[in-house]
Ligand binder design. Structure first.
Ligand SMILES: N[C@@H](CCC(=O)N[C@@H](CS)C(=O)NCC(=O)O)C(=O)O
Length: 185
């Protein structure tokens, strides 16, 4: 069975949310970071950097939440029906992890980046319910979880972006979200 390595309140919840969406059976391996279990040789054999999330699927190990989402989308979600869809999904996963997250979480860039990032998202969700259009996809797991972490951890007032707030409500009502990220709030 696929193993998901996670620490309490870590980004592994993003991967767990997607595993639940895809209804993939998995074993949850909770590392006790307070005693540095993630830095011990056993876990470093899976991720040499000692960071979660990581998965082991058969003989295959993978770490970095975005890479894991892409792998699961391809292997179990059959998400990439064309190179264009694959490119678009990669774009949104990289946007979430490399642009949206750092732009808003890093204090020095927050004031400038928040409106730059939220306004186009607000305009997009005015036109469509999900990142790729009408259907929920792995791109929503990446972007949606980052938005929800921003709201949850930074307690930012996003009321100037009502469509973004509506989107977060829409995804947080999904049972797989409620069971994973939602249950940690
Ligand atoms: N970019 C990585 C970030 C991984 C990461 O920083 N994970 C944190 C938990 S959210 C961690 O393992 N921290 C433990 C440490 O740095 O010692 C990803 O998205 O997977």
């Amino acid at each position: 069975m696929l193993k998901l390595y996670e620490g309490a309140r870590s980004r592994a919840s993003i991967v767990q949310w997607y595993l639940e969406e895809l209804e993939i059976p998995y074993e949850f391996v909770l590392l006790d970071m307070s005693v540095q279990e993630h830095l011990q040789p056993e876990f470093r054999a899976i991720n040499p950097f000692g960071k979660v999330p990581a998965i082991v699927d058969g003989n295959f190990s993978l770490w970095e939440s975005g890479a894991i989402l892409l792998y699961l989308a391809e292997k179990y979600g059959k998400a990439f029906d064309s190179p264009e869809t694959q490119g678009t999904i990669m774009q949104w996963i990289l946007f979430a992890n490399a642009t949206l997250g750092p732009g808003v979480f890093v204090e020095i860039s927050r004031e400038k980046e928040t409106p730059r990032l939220m306004q186009p998202l607000n305009e997009m969700f005015e036109r469509q319910p999900f990142v790729l259009g009408d259907r929920f996809s792995v791109a929503d797991v990446a972007v949606g979880s980052m938005l929800c972490y921003i709201a949850l951890l930074l307690k930012l007032d996003l009321s100037a972006y009502p469509q973004v707030v509506g989107y977060m409500k829409r995804i947080s009502e999904r049972p797989a979200f409620a069971k994973t990220i939602g249950s940690r709030q």
